[in-house]
Design a protein. Structure first.
Lengths: 632, 237
């Protein structure tokens, strides 16, 4: 069975069988229905009490009455004509001509004609007939002979009746069997449609290649034209003729529809049946054209898009205005209505654009403020707006990643430096202590004393270096507690310079302090002292002996600035920016005390207090400026 | 004073070299030393021996210096000086709050440490409950006697110049109050024609060197940067 579905011959054969069985089942079913309604299956059924017999009897009676009634017409009212008519009726109903007998009587009961005189009959009927002018009322009593005396319509109807009567059960069985077979064949055909010998899967051929909607239209057209052809056939009184007509039209329609169904099933099996339709092809073409337009449009710059859109807007409005001018009477409302709708839509689009533009602007401001976590919702945006929004989002993401990584590495560095310097301090303590113990020993050897001196100097340098390192890393990462309060710069400068009075004197440096009245700024005095401590320490270390150091405070445009100037002992072969870098000193080759972190710490600490720290170098003149906003 | 009585000092540090260096210094100064290498050992020694002062490292195995100090304070009121590599302000505050009397950061200067030990011992043994006399200003370990124009720090005489004495008197008479350089100048010199040039600052600097063990981190005479100077009000003694 399964192999057969690949055989074209088997399927053709099956289809032919299907058609035959279909016709048989339709015919059988319709005949069965007819036989049932005609009472063939009733008890005691014979020809004389069948509808077929009664119909025939009625026909003859009617014809006779019509013939006789015509005699009442004025121009025909003569005895000869009546006699002739009666004679012809009598001739027609002679035993050798007809198996029918009748008695015709008028409304008074007077018998006008009869050939019934007690013959044996199988069926009797009575009917009445009113003449056209309503003067007479004829009554006909008809009898069907039993047995028949001649070959006439009754005898041929009897034959038909007998044939159907004897076949009535056979027809029932036939219709049932052929219906079952039709069903089975149709199921098998549906299952096996589309398979082809030598190929895997489903292959569409013939009908299968015609677009589905076209095929459907053709089938519908064919069915209608067939029905029209059959419906135009001459009318027949015979029930069987009608049945055969009905059955043939039904069969043709069914076969065509079934063919269509088979083709549809094959397409479904092949998948995407809708693709082979004219409607789909047209829609696809439209879609492709739209896509093409969209692609072309998207390649325009924003300027050209705007111009095009504006042109489109003007064109539509122009068309609507022309429509308004052309239209008459109440039709003028149509362009007005469309115009309102279109302009409302255009305004909505413009507003949406402006709103999106606004959110993009906001996002840009957030980015500029350093809020990199802000993300724009670009789902409702389009074209350049969308791509612009996505770009901004990417910038934000990239920046926040970079900032995070930077923060992490800075934090890691600070932690590392703090931990390492803690670990260095413990052995350093031992070294400091034992060097000190060595110094206390009573050593006479000048060389050893010299060595101890070197050790002493270098350990104190190492100590300073570790301390500065921790402080520099903390200051540069802002890992220092800052308590800003009103601080008098003049007082602070005096205090700081006072602290250094002896060291200045020892280095033969004269400090010149010029400060006005109290100058109040918001600063952390403790941190600012550490700034000045570093700077004054540098001055002591690097000033040319015998020179003056100028420290003064000036107030300009809401800013208070501490300026310190000194003359460097060594040429400053370095830029001011480089000087503020960590681990850089004025002269790289020199190896005096100091860690080279002083200026870096001073700058970081100043900035932590929201102040500005600047260095300028002019020849040997070294100048530091620290400024803060003045508070009243 | 030290001749009469030998003080016992407990050194507690997990670094053996530091312990032995400190032992050398302290023995040279005439103290008897006990050694412990973690907090638990220190507490054990405290139970058996009579200790007058403890040098306690903070970062130690088993039991750290902070916890050991807290436990020690339940039974003893002897001076405790913390030694540590941690130099954060918060660590110092924590150490002092927990019951330590002083705090020295590593790497420390041995001379300074000896001075601090001496000061703590003097205060612990001799200055406990001295009656406050009239005309004597007393803040922490500093005593200023106006009639005799003499100043002692932890019982030792400090040689002050008359100007320094006047400045200290002004500040000690108003403990906790901040005086700006100008205020101090006009008060001491009775002169408003103030020439700054750091005159007051220099005197204060000298005063600090005479009164404080570590002038850079004064306990009594504090610099309020950008505002002035003051004597700390509630210094522990």
């Amino acid at each position: 069975m399964n192999k057969l579905k690949y055989s074209f011959l088997a399927k053709t054969l099956a289809f032919c069988l299907f058609v035959i069985f279909l016709i048989m089942s339709f015919g059988g079913v319709m005949s069965s229905i007819y036989l049932l309604s005609e009472g063939y299956f009733d008890k005691d059924r014979n020809f004389y009490n069948s509808k077929m017999c009664a119909d025939e009897a009625y026909d003859i009676s009617f014809n006779t009455m019509v013939a006789l009634d015509n005699l009442n017409l004025p121009e025909a009212a003569n005895q000869t004509k009546i006699q002739e008519a009666l004679q012809s009726t009598n001739d027609q109903l002679l035993p050798e001509n007809s198996n029918f007998l009748l008695t015709l009587s008028d409304e008074t009961g007077k018998v006008l004609f009869t050939n019934y005189n007690g013959q044996n009959y199988g069926y009797k009927m009575t009917c009445q007939y009113r003449t056209w002018d309503a003067e007479h009322m004829y009554t006909v009593d008809g009898y069907v002979r039993d047995p028949f005396t001649t070959q006439d319509d009754f005898s041929s109807n009897l034959q038909t009746f007998n044939a159907f009567y004897s076949l009535r059960y056979a027809i029932l069985i036939l219709s049932a069997v052929s219906s079952v077979l039709t069903l089975m064949l149709s199921v098998w055909l549906i299952r096996s449609v589309g398979y082809q010998k030598g190929t895997e899967g489903i292959t569409l051929r013939g009908f299968g290649l015609i677009p589905l909607d076209l095929l459907a239209a053709g089938i519908v057209f064919a069915i209608f034209s067939f029905l029209k052809m059959i419906g135009g056939a001459p009318y027949s009184t015979s029930g069987f003729r009608e049945i055969s007509q009905f059955v043939s039209s039904l069969s043709i329609a069914s076969v065509l529809l079934f063919s269509f169904l088979l083709s549809f099933v094959a397409r479904c099996k092949a998948g995407k049946w809708w693709q082979n339709t004219i409607v789909y092809r047209i829609l696809k073409l439209i879609a492709r054209f739209n896509k093409f337009l969209a692609v072309v449009f998207s390649h325009f710059s924003l300027l050209w898009k705007t111009i095009l859109l504006y042109g489109f807007y003007i064109a539509i409005n122009g068309i609507l205005v022309i429509g308004f001018l052309i239209a008459r009477g109440s039709f003028k409302a149509i362009p007005v209505l469309f115009g309102l709708l279109f302009n409302f839509a255009a305004l909505s689009g413009l507003l949406a654009f402006v709103l999106h533009m606004q959110s993009l602007k906001k996002a840009g401001e957030k980015l500029a403020d350093g809020d990199y976590s802000f993300q724009i919702d670009t789902r409702d945006m389009w074209w350049d707006l969308k791509s612009h929004g996505e770009n901004l989002n990417h910038i934000g993401q990239g920046m926040s990643k970079a900032v995070d990584a930077r923060m992490k590495s800075e934090r890691f560095k600070t932690e590392l430096i703090t931990n390492v310097s803690h670990d260095i301090k413990t052995p350093l303590t031992s070294i400091v202590n034992y060097v000190d113990l060595l110094k206390k020993e009573d050593i006479q050897d000048a060389k050893i004393l010299d060595y101890i001196d070197v050790l002493d100097r270098q350990t104190s340098r190492l100590k300073k270096l570790t301390e500065d390192l921790v402080e520099a890393s903390k200051a540069s990462t802002g890992n220092v507690a800052v308590a800003l309060e009103r601080t008098d710069l003049a007082e602070l400068l005096q205090q700081s310079v006072g602290e250094y009075a002896e060291r200045f004197a020892a280095n033969q440096i004269e400090a010149v302090l010029r400060s006005e009245e109290p100058v109040l700024v918001m600063a952390d005095g403790r941190l600012l002292w550490r700034v000045l401590d570093n700077l004054l320490g540098n001055i002591c270390k690097y000033s040319l002996p015998g020179t003056r150091v100028y420290a003064d405070i000036s107030k300009t445009a809401g800013k208070a600035t501490i300026t310190m100037k000194n003359i460097s002992q060594f040429p400053l072969n370095i830029t001011s920016d480089e000087l503020m870098e960590r681990f850089v000193r004025g002269d790289i080759s020199r190896s005096t005390e100091g860690s080279g972190l002083g200026l870096s710490i001073a700058k970081s600490l100043t900035e932590l207090q929201k102040g500005q720290f600047d260095i300028s170098i002019d020849g040997d003149l070294f100048k530091v400026m620290i400024s803060f906003d003045v508070v009243e | 004073m030290e001749d009469e009585y030998m003080h016992n000092i407990l050194i507690c540090d997990d670094e053996k070299d530091i312990v032995s260096a400190l032992k050398i210094y302290l023995t040279a100064e005439g103290y008897r030393t006990y050694e412990a290498y973690n907090g638990k050992e220190a507490l054990l020694i405290l139970e058996t021996a009579e200790i007058h002062l403890v040098l306690m490292d903070i970062m130690m195995p088993e039991l750290d210096g902070i916890k050991a100090t807290a436990m020690l304070r339940e039974h003893h009121n002897i001076p405790v000086i913390l030694l540590t590599a941690k130099s954060e302000d918060t660590d110092k505050v924590l150490g002092l709050n927990i019951g330590a009397d002083d705090y020295v950061t590593k790497p420390f200067n041995p001379v300074e440490l000896m001075a601090r030990i001496k000061a703590q011992l003097r205060r612990y043994t001799h200055l406990g409950g001295m009656a406050v006399q009239q005309n004597i200003l007393c803040i922490g370990g500093i005593e200023l006697c106006d009639p005799s124009k003499s100043v002692t720090v932890d019982g030792e005489q400090a040689a002050l110049t008359p100007t320094e004495f006047e400045i200290l008197k002004l500040l000690m008479a108003n403990p906790g109050k901040v005086f700006s350089s100008t205020q101090i100048y006009s008060h001491i010199w009775n002169d408003n024609a103030y020439k700054p040039e750091g005159t007051v600052a220099v005197h204060i600097r000298h005063l600090r060197e005479k009164l404080e063990i570590d002038p850079a981190e004064p306990r009594y005479l504090k610099v309020v940067w950008g505002q002035g100077y003051k004597i700390e009000k509630g210094v522990k003694s």
